[in-house]
Design a protein around this ligand. Structure first.
Ligand SMILES: Cc1cc2nc3c(=O)[nH]c(=O)nc-3n(C[C@H](O)[C@H](O)[C@H](O)COP(=O)(O)OP(=O)(O)OC[C@H]3O[C@@H](n4cnc5c(N)ncnc54)[C@H](O)[C@@H]3O)c2cc1C
Length: 480
């Protein structure tokens, strides 16, 4: 690499066609596509090597359309069915053209990822929940990310770690055929010039200052389930420079997580499940929602939103010895005590209040004449308990402290079908910035809005990463 240094600033003289900012799945797919199209590609990643891969390294599955059974997805899942589910989940927030493009392109994704070393978990092993809609990575997101980094390097992509791009002037390339980018690194400022830029820097779940603008001081009690490097400074700078905003500022996908886990980067293992087997109380020892309401796969996110909106943003799942046996494997063992009063003292809740809540729940419980636990309810109780009302009677009693954990944010920038960054005010100017593309969680709200559909976020990131990489390479080549 040829670099000139002056006053702590290093300027790269290496010719760069496509500069990719962010090394999660979106940036890696963009970099590989651009390199395979013949472009000289450089990828700048804010995190050090050990933390590379952003939130993509925490992920497990992605949503793929397929006409025939595959080793990793049974049955059939058409692009039309995928698109209909996205539209139903996201409603009017979803861009129809981007949604159609995503769903049809998703069909080619598994084989493309596979050709770059990404392995999927075969369904034949019986180790996974049966899913014709999503495929699971063998070895999880970390293995997927490592394979894509290896493929990028094998295709000649130059990768710089600990290299953060704090801002970008997307109009920079309008009057000429290059765009300038400045980055921060431990060695000082670094400057690059490229034919096109792909911004793939994710959302802003680690930026509590930004989340506070919407949630107030409650945001200080949100855990960030993913990378602490997802601060959204580049997203903010693009919006300030006139990029089209999409989604709702401050909206985020939240789940209930164990409050004892690290406040950043705990990943999927800190998620708390088992609410239908016990009761959930707040810091005053009171129930505040029907624990039997959601038994389906998105029950986690319902509890994340509820706890985020409840005063104090802290709740405890209370269980008895029978209920504990139904829990999935946990990151930390539940806190236990021989009596409800002793448990209350252990978790810092008023013992009389918590005892009264448990007594009231047990007294109101009715099993509708059968032993079917799903049918058991607590008539007259407030808040209601509609289903799954298991008794809380057999000691020792257990508690798991919970707080909201952010998986991803739902506010970003708009793109067109070639993944080009759109202007908020197309007006007299062309609708898109000339040399800037965006892919991944930074533009996913254009399709998802504030909705959640398992595996869709990752598919958006990979599909639009590929599209951005292809088109950025073509543009850079045109204007060489
Ligand atoms: C615990 C957890 C589990 C998840 N599981 C799933 C799942 O199973 N399926 C699914 O579809 N989705 C899942 N998601 C969401 C999914 O991880 C994201 O949708 C996806 O990773 C987004 O990919 P991306 O490339 O856009 O961003 P990321 O993978 O987050 O990558 C962005 C990269 O940009 C870098 N960066 C940020 N700012 C800058 C800057 N200014 N300069 C340079 N680099 C920068 C970051 O360090 C990071 O490496 C999960 C999220 C979490 C937190």
């Amino acid at each position: 690499m040829t670099e000139g240094a002056a006053g702590g600033t290093t300027t790269s003289s290496e010719p760069i066609d496509v500069l990719v900012i962010g090394g999660g799945i979106a940036g890696l797919c963009a970099a590989i596509e651009a390199a395979q199209a013949g472009a000289a590609v450089r990828l700048l990643e804010a995190a050090p090597y050990a933390w590379r891969g952003g939130n993509s390294r925490h992920s497990r599955n992605l949503r793929l359309a397929h006409e025939d059974e595959t080793p990793w997805q049974p049955g059939r899942y058409s692009a039309a069915e995928f698109a209909a589910e996205l539209r139903a989940a996201a409603g009017a927030a979803s861009d129809a053209a981007l949604t159609e493009l995503l769903c049809s392109e998703s069909a080619a994704l598994a084989s493309w990822l596979g050709s770059h070393g990404v392995a999927f978990q075969p369904t034949a092993g019986g180790l996974l929940p049966w899913s014709r809609k999503t495929a699971f990575f063998l070895g999880g997101g970390k293995a997927m990310v490592n394979s894509l980094y290896a493929a990028a390097a094998a295709n000649g992509v130059a990768i710089d770690y600990e290299c953060t791009v704090p801002s970008l002037r997307p109009d920079d390339g309008a009057a000429r055929t290059r765009i300038d980018v400045a980055a921060r690194s431990p060695a000082g400022e670094r400057r690059f010039t490229a034919g096109a830029v792909v911004v793939a820097s994710g959302g802003y779940p680690a930026n509590r200052d930004w989340l506070r603008e919407r949630w107030g001081e409650a945001a200080d009690r949100f855990a960030n389930r993913g990378s602490p490097y997802l601060r959204g400074e580049l997203l903010r700078s693009l919006l300030a420079a006139g990029a089209l905003p999409v989604g709702v500022p401050g909206d985020c996908h939240l789940v209930a997580v164990d409050a004892r886990a690290p406040q950043d980067d705990a990943g999927i293992v800190s998620r708390v499940d088992g609410m239908p087997w016990g009761i959930v109380v707040d810091g005053d020892g009171r129930r505040f929602h029907d624990e039997g309401e959601n038994l389906g796969p998105i029950r986690y996110s319902h509890w994340g939103q509820r706890i985020a909106r409840h005063p104090g943003q802290r709740a405890w799942l209370l269980l008895d010895a029978d209920a504990v046996n139904n829990l999935p494997p946990l990151l930390y063992p539940p806190l236990t005590a021989p009596t409800i009063g002793a448990l209350a003292a252990r978790i810092g809740i008023d013992a009389d209040a918590m005892q009264a809540t448990v007594d009231g729940y047990n007294a109101a419980r009715r099993c509708d004449g059968s032993d079917d636990i799903k049918a058991a309810s607590c008539p007259g109780l407030l808040p209601p308990r509609s289903r799954h009302a298991a008794p809380l009677g057999r000691p020792p009693f257990a508690a798991i402290p919970m707080q909201p954990g952010v998986s991803f944010t739902c506010f970003g920038v708009g793109v067109d079908q070639s993944a080009r960054l759109l202007r908020a005010d197309g007006g007299a100017l062309p609708p898109a910035f000339p040399r800037v593309f965006a892919a991944g969680m930074i533009m996913a709200p254009a399709i998802l809005g504030s909705a959640y559909l398992s595996g869709a976020a990752l598919t958006i990131s990979a599909v639009f990463g590929r599209i951005a990489g292809r088109n950025a390479a073509a543009l850079a080549r045109e204007t060489h």
